[in-house]
Design a protein around this ligand. Structure first.
Ligand SMILES: [Zn+2]
Length: 362
């Protein structure tokens, strides 16, 4: 129904139908029909409806305002009728408003034929790729993965590993101190996890410890103040150097191919005795000598050795009964070899152009 045909309800007409309550209810019934018939198809019509029925000068308000002229005995019944009418008028408004809002978002603003926004799926970081691969190989040999804190005390990082305070080998592992006396520092290797596992005393131990480590080094293309390691530890009765060699030999063949050659060079670490560095034949030049292997045909890949009896005793293990081997390798170096990365800083610069190159890599 169009508003043009509506006549404002005057005081007189109101009083007239209030002569009997029947008159009021008839009037309200007819107004309800008018509301039912009121067509609301857009926001303009919605606003017209609001002004006409619910606004400050609207029909509902003006009917309410006339209540004071109703005789006292009819006030209660009339009030009830008017309240019902008000709720009825408001319900139509709320319903129409919700309907229009939904239509706007669904039909007017969204073009469903437009192409979607691409969601970048990301890829694994090359360090993670290499770490996972190393873990997977050792897991096949029955090694489990252990984790530990990167912020460590002096005892777990140095002293327990047979590196007493005045030991010169500490200079090679200068790190960042969080506090002195007692010294709290960023760990220089994941060996602190080895110590923590040995102290638990649950034998045998056959574990690898991947993680981030820190050194106070000048940042360059070849070295960084933090990098990643995987260390391994095997402690049981009668573990020998032959077990160490066989385990690492299996690892490098799985990692770098069945044709890789291995050599052990005697070395020194305070926490192992005997100690060795393990080299693999350079796969870049087929052992002929190149700039990466410094013309030697060999690549240094890890350090290893039999756990020093003193380290076992420091952790409460009987060194006469138990023996074991340990090894440790950086993750950055083999990753650089595998993917031909020439600058170690690329790993931590978070440059998306670098990282995107490893989508689909394994
Ligand atoms: Zn080479």
């Amino acid at each position: 129904m169009s508003l043009a045909h509506r006549q404002p309800l005057t005081e007189n007409s109101f009083l007239r139908y209030l002569c009997g309550m029947n008159g009021l209810s008839e009037k309200i019934e007819s107004l309800k029909k008018e509301i039912d018939a009121f067509s609301i198809q857009n926001t303009q019509e919605l606003e017209s409806y609001r002004i006409h029925f619910l606004g400050t000068k609207g029909l509902v308000k003006s009917l309410m305002g006339e209540m004071k002229q109703v005789p006292a005995e009819d006030k209660r019944a009339a009030g009830q009728l008017l309240n019902e009418f008000k709720v009825f008028a408001e319900a139509k408004y709320d319903l129409a408003k919700d309907g229009l809002e939904n239509n706007e978002t669904q039909d007017n603003e969204t073009d469903w034929s437009l192409p979607g926004n691409e969601i970048a799926t990301g890829s694994r970081h090359p360090i993670s790729l290499m770490r996972n691969r190393i873990i997977e190989i050792f897991q096949r040999l029955g090694f489990s993965v252990a984790d530990g804190p990167e912020i460590e005390d002096d005892w777990h990082n140095f002293t327990a590993l047979n590196l007493p305070e005045d030991h010169p080998a500490r200079d090679m592992q200068d790190t960042f101190y969080i506090q002195q006396e007692p010294a709290i520092l960023l760990r220089t290797h994941t060996s602190n996890v080895q110590i923590r596992e040995m102290k638990k005393g649950k034998l045998p131990i056959r574990m690898i410890m991947p993680g981030r480590v820190y050194r106070n080094e000048t940042i360059s293309a070849r070295s960084h103040c933090f990098f990643h390691q995987v260390e391994g530890l095997y402690i049981d009765e009668q573990v020998s150097f032959a077990d160490l060699k066989q385990t690492l030999y299996f690892f490098v063949k799985e990692m770098f191919g069945q044709n890789v050659k291995v050599r052990f060079r005697p070395s020194y670490f305070p926490f192992t005795e005997p100690s060795a560095e393990m080299d693999i034949s350079c796969m870049l030049c087929d052992s002929k000598g190149c700039s990466v292997c410094k013309k030697t045909g060999w690549l240094e890949i890890l350090g290893c050795g039999m756990v020093h009896p003193k380290v076992l005793e420091n952790c409460g293990l009987d060194s006469n009964k138990y023996s074991g081997f340990a090894f440790g390798m950086g993750i950055e170096r083999p990753t650089m070899l595998k993917y031909g990365i020439k600058d170690i800083r690329l790993f931590s610069e978070n440059d998306i152009r670098f990282l995107q190159q490893f989508t689909g890599a394994y």
